[in-house]
Every structure is written in C-alpha cells, then in structure tokens.
Design a protein around this ligand. Sequence first.
Ligand SMILES: [Fe+2]
Length: 315
Amino acid sequence: MALVSVSEITYGRMRAPDLDAMEEFLTEFGMTRSARTANALYMRGTDPAHHIHVTELGEPRFVGFAYSVDDLDDLARAATAPGASGIENIDEPGGGRRVRLTEPNGYQIELVHGIASLPPISVAGTPINTGAEPRKRVGSFMKLNGGPSHVKRIGHGGFSTPRLPESIRWFRDTLGVIATDDMYRGSVDNISTSFSRLDRGDDYVDHHVLLIRKNEKAGLHHISYEVADVDDLFLGHAHLKKTGKYEHLQGISRVAVGGQITDFWLDPWGRMHEHWSDIDRLNKANGSRTIDLASDVSATWGSPGSQRFLQYCSP
Ligand SMILES: [Fe+2]
C-alpha cells in the first residue's frame, strides 16, 4: 500500500533569473498570469487551478513537482515519511497546505491540499467536421484567430535519472501512482522508460502523470500541458514559431505510447515544455504493459523522437 494516493499533478516549480522573460515565454506558450510577487511568478491555464507553473527568482534550476491529495489525513500521513517537512502553510498566492518530500534524485516533491481555485477562463471552440460527423460545423465559416495556444491544465511531468528502478519504486510507493507502460531493452528488468498514471479506481485518467527516463544525469526531462484541442496545438505551434524567440525541439507528432498529439518547446533557459492534445485515457482496470523497445514504438505520424529529445535533461 502506497503512503498516499495523489489525485492530480498540480504544478511544476523551477527557478529563473529573469521573471519578465519567463512570463513572456509562458504567455506565448499559452498560459495566463495568476499572480506575481517580487520573488515568484504564478501562471495558470483555462481550468480553475490557481496556478500550474511556478517560477522562483534565482539561478536557473528545476525545483520539482507538486501533486494534490484528497484531504488533510493524507498530508498527516505524508508528514510521517522519512525526511518529510511536516505540514506547512503555503505562504504563496492561492494558499493551501503542503508537505515537502525529497525524491531519490534530490528534487522536491510537494504534496498539497486546499489551494484556492479561480473562475475558469472560457475558450471559444471551433467544431471540426469529420468523415463520420460531417455536419459539426454547418452554415458557418471557419474562423481561427492567430495567437498562443490555450493551455488548459498541467498533465504530467518527467524526470531523467541514472537511478531509474529506485526512482520508479519511490514514486509508486510514495504517491500511489500505478504502472501504465514500462519500456525495456533486451530483458524485461532492463527498463529505460517508465510511464505511471494516477490511481483513481474506475475513473479514467491520462495515460501518464509521470514519466521517468534512464539517463546519465538526473534532471527535468519535460513538463507537460494539455491545450484546448488539436487545432489549438497547431495554432500555438505557428504562434511560437512566428515569435522567432524560442527553440522548437520535437513534434508535431502523434506518439505511439500515450497516443497524444504532441509538440515540445524550450523556455529561455532550455527547460522543455510540452503541448499535447488527445491522450489515451485509462482506468485502474486497464492494467499495465511492458513494451519491448525493439518493437516499433516511434511516433505513429510526425517525427520520431530524436536522440537529443530522448536524452534531454535540464538540471
Ligand atoms: Fe510528455
């Protein structure tokens, strides 16, 4: 039995020496400022979560991920874990309470509860005609306004690590995430990439909330956000490209493991941020798989993952 069973990923936390430049990137990426203090930037999506991305002022570094728990009993249990902080009031916009843990690579894991919500931001969707449903948009003209994607929510976070089995075990035993796909090379115990999802029983959740990749160094692999729909992802790609300011690393492609349409961009300090739409949705009964990397697991369309992408790691 895991220490707790987290209900969702809540935000990622990193540091940057220039909050203006970070806010500009995240705005062009499709988020909206929720709050800004002298020392930190809080960005939100269109869902009610108060913030889904935190940047503290400081030398560029990834701090860690935060996950929500269902109640204060979970926080009390988490506070008994080795090295846990005890229950703290979060002295930041949105408030709430938290327990801080340290995962095996030294990154901070916050378990949070009671952070304020905000009214959702409405997004005007554009229906799409398909072969099966050719009358979804009858009697009107296609209207797409250029601009950033509309980031809806945070979806998952990923680590690179030289301590893969230990890291997988820690996250599953501590946060209660469950195996979706463990990908191996040669023998099944030689896992190189591991995908875990939330355990919400019969409820359907994203294919993964966490991925962990074997690497020579430990660090952030990427942080990932759902956008409004596939059109919105392509619009956001065109917008980021048009700014001429940011480096595109991977995509647009439909990945074979997870199933989502995906696109990856680097922030001004090289941290990889993902847009995605239409991921596999699974519940507990859907179980888990082990996948031989010798089988074809490259993108089903679009560019397959480059070596740089696969081995990406930012401290
Ligand atoms: Fe991802």
